[in-house]
Structures are given as structure tokens and as C-alpha cells.
Design a protein around this ligand. Structure first.
Ligand code: GTP
Ligand code: MG
Length: 204
């Protein structure tokens, strides 16, 4: 898929204020600092589209980007931000879980996982929650440029094996880098395929 246009639409803290759910939508989620915003920029070829930062906790809202006037890419705030207070963490959970469960045009959640690390409880638990709630998801391992392929493949294998303790099948995964664009075209092709089968549930 070729990205012709990528436009920022809105930032929201309320699920009832989101854009009308007539177009297919894909959300990027994962630990704070895992590289969600950077990957959105790499996919769209616009380094300034989603705000990135070395400081975790940069993305605090549900940000909608309209791609090719045909589908939404959504940048979500990261979880597991160590400095966040208990109450703000609880608020995050409530808000994101509501979004993930209620957003009717959400086609797939891309769970971003840092390929440099062995499986982390927080990522596995989040995948488990998605699976339990029937939210379709795929795995996106990030920052591949920062380590050897052997090492990243080993971490991916461990992650998949950990999920296999809960699920009979493990979702599709991608190994990506926002620096080199590794995996970006494959990820866009997966979105394209889902878009082709999309049937809106709401009249436009
Ligand atoms: P929050 O919005 O805080 O949840 O973070 P995020 O997941 O959106 O991460 P962000 O894209 O802001 O990236 C965090 C840091 O990681 C930045 O310093 C990026 O430059 C760096 N980074 C992200 N992706 C990559 C990558 O593929 N390779 C390398 N080398 N660095 C990356
Ligand atoms: Mg971000």
C-alpha cells in the first residue's frame, strides 16, 4: 500500500467524542517508550505526524490520523509508565479498555513489544486481556535496528511460547524498525488486506 496522505484529525480523552466510526481503524498500543509514535511516522513517511520523545509518557491522548482518506491509524498512550501515579494509571486503564471494547470500527490492535527484551509480564498480560475479550490483535516487535537478528528472533520466540501457554494459536507478528523501515511494508500490507474486507456497520 502506498501512503498518499496522512492527516492528524483529533486528540481525545473521551470515547464518546471520537470520529464517527465509518472507516476501518487500527490502534497502536504498548509500553510507554516502545516506539508507537515513531513507527506511525515511519509507516506514513512523515517524521512529524505523531509526537515522539525520549521521555516516556509523551502520548497522553487517543490521537486519530486519517490515512489516504480511507482508514484511521490511532496512537494510544503507553502503559507501564513507571512514574505515573496509581490514580492516573487506573484512569488510563479505564479509558483505554473502554476504547478497545467499544470502538466498533476497530479492526485490529497492534501490540508493540520492544524486541530487545525477554517477554515482560505487562505485555503478556495485556495480550491475554485482548484475547479474553475477543479483541483481534497482532504483535509488532520494535527497535530491531538496535540488536542482532538472532537475538530479536530469540526474544520473539520466547514471547510466542509464553502466549502459547494461554492460546492455541499465536497472532501474526512483525519485526520492525522505525529507523530502517524494516517490516513497515509488511505491516501496511496486512492493514490493506483487512481494509479490503471492511464493511461499515454505520451508515456514512
Ligand atoms: P509514549 O508516547 O511515551 O508511550 O512512547 P512511544 O511508544 O510513542 O515511543 P516513541 O515513538 O516516542 O519513541 C521513544 C524513543 O524510542 C524515541 O527516542 C525514539 O527515537 C526511539 N525509537 C522508537 N522507535 C525506534 C526504532 O525503531 N529504532 C531506534 N533506534 N529507536 C527508536
Ligand atoms: Mg507516543
Amino acid at each position: 500500500m502506498i501512503i498518499k496522505t496522512a492527516t492528524f484529525i483529533s486528540s481525545n480523552t473521551r470515547v464518546d467524542k471520537l470520529p464517527t466510526p465509518t472507516l476501518p481503524e487500527y490502534a497502536f498500543i504498548g509500553r510507554s517508550n516502545v516506539g508507537k509514535s515513531s513507527l506511525i511516522n515511519a509507516l506514513t513517511g512523515n517524521r512529524h505526524l505523531a509526537k515522539t520523545s525520549q521521555t516516556p509518557g509523551k502520548t497522553q491522548l487517543i490521537n486519530h490520523f486519517l490515512i489516504n482518506d480511507a482508514w484511521y491509524l490511532v496512537d494510544l498512550p503507553g502503559y507501564g509508565f513507571a512514574k505515573a501515579s496509581k490514580s492516573s494509571r487506573a484512569a488510563w486503564e479505564k479509558f483505554i479498555r473502554r476504547y478497545l471494547l467499544l470502538r466498533e470500527n476497530l479492526q485490529c490492535v497492534f501490540v508493540l513489544v520492544d524486541s530487545r527484551h525477554e517477554p515482560q509480564r505487562i505485555d503478556l498480560d495485556f495480550c491475554y486481556w485482548l484475547g479474553e475479550n475477543g479483541v483481534p490483535f497482532m504483535l509488532v516487535f520494535t527497535k530491531a535496528d538496535k540488536l542482532s537478528t538472532v537475538k530479536s528472533q530469540s526474544n520473539i520466540e520466547k514471547f510466542r511460547n509464553a502466549l502459547l501457554q494461554w492460546f492455541e494459536e499465536v497472532p501474526t507478528h512483525f519485526l520492525t524498525s522505525a529507523e530502517t523501515r524494516l517490516g513497515c511494508d509488511q505491516l501496511l500490507a496486512a492493514i490493506d488486506e483487512i481494509n479490503n474486507n471492511f464493511e461499515p456497520t454505520v451508515a456514512s
